[in-house]
Design a protein around this ligand. Structure first.
Ligand SMILES: [Mn+2]
Length: 270
């Protein structure tokens, strides 16, 4: 006779799943929120047990200590490997591009561009650039572009442009990594430009766009950062919620506008 309780595991409750939207250099606020959520201990060490913590990109730029945020996330990743992960945002691409290409003029069909000009215009911080080390850059170059966790598709940008790089998350990530490990400045620039596009899930075409991305990459619902909720709702950042669900419930925006004065974009999804 078989006693099922001894030979099969009970289906375990899904472990806690947290996502973090755009932190943009606000290390102190992030550290406080992680501690308040019980994900880190008194010394800032990982204390989240088997919880999963996904950063949706844009750790750096605009705010005072992007490198500190990056160090914190890298440290948590190494302590809780597989449970703490970062998706590349357009500002990680911008920092990598600024470091790699700087003032190099990049020829485009529409004229020319440089990472230096875009970096300055988009909140690049000298302290981050001067302090960044090869260990940071190498780690960033290995981060995924998207993930499906439980039934959620996690991405940085509210855009369909990911699909320009492949039909699956693995393919998209590999294509982008190949560019980041190569010398094609125009291809580097295209990643930055494409990840900077936004608003795909707003308006009457939003649900169809969401279905397209979910159909290609998996998941039942999309969670993204990149486009501040206070702007989306036309409210003051200090009045903004941590997240905003829209697009007929298919999409959750977790960019609470921390760098404008909004709350820390830490959201527990399950
Ligand atoms: Mn962004």
């Amino acid at each position: 006779m078989i006693y099922p309780q001894y030979v099969t595991e009970q289906p375990s409750a899904p472990s806690a799943l947290y996502v973090v939207g755009d932190v943009h250099g606000h290390r102190t606020e992030l550290a406080g929120a992680l501690h308040n959520a019980g994900l880190t201990g008194e010394g800032g060490e990982w204390a989240g047990g088997d919880a999963q913590l996904w950063f949706l990109g844009d750790l750096v730029d605009r705010g005072p200590d992007g490198l500190g945020v990056l160090d914190l996330v890298m440290s948590l990743h190494s302590q809780a490997d597989g449970q703490v992960e970062l998706l590349l945002g357009n500002h990680e691409i911008l920092l990598l591009g600024m470091h790699r290409w700087g003032e190099t003029e990049i020829s485009l069909s529409t004229g020319s561009a440089s990472f230096a000009r875009s970096w300055l215009r988009n909140g690049g911080q000298l302290g981050d650039l001067h302090g960044v080390e090869e260990t940071h850059l190498a780690w960033l170059r290995e981060r995924p572009l998207a993930a499906v966790v439980a039934d959620r598709l996690l991405v940085h940008s509210d855009t369909l442009s990911y699909l320009a790089y492949g039909d699956t998350i693995e393919e998209i990530t590999k294509t982008v990594h190949d560019v980041l490990n190569g010398d094609d400045a125009g291809a580097w620039w295209d990643i930055w430009r494409r990840l900077t596009t936004r608003f795909a899930f707003r308006g009457e075409d939003g649900p169809a766009h969401a279905a397209t991305l979910l159909g290609a990459l998996g998941g039942q619902r999309i969670v993204h950062g990149h486009s501040p909720v206070p702007d989306q709702l036309g409210i003051l950042p200090e009045d903004a919620p941590v997240s905003f669900e829209y697009c007929e419930g298919l999409v959750t925006n977790v960019d609470s506008g921390l760098c404008q004065g909004g709350p820390v974009p830490l959201l527990r999804l399950s």
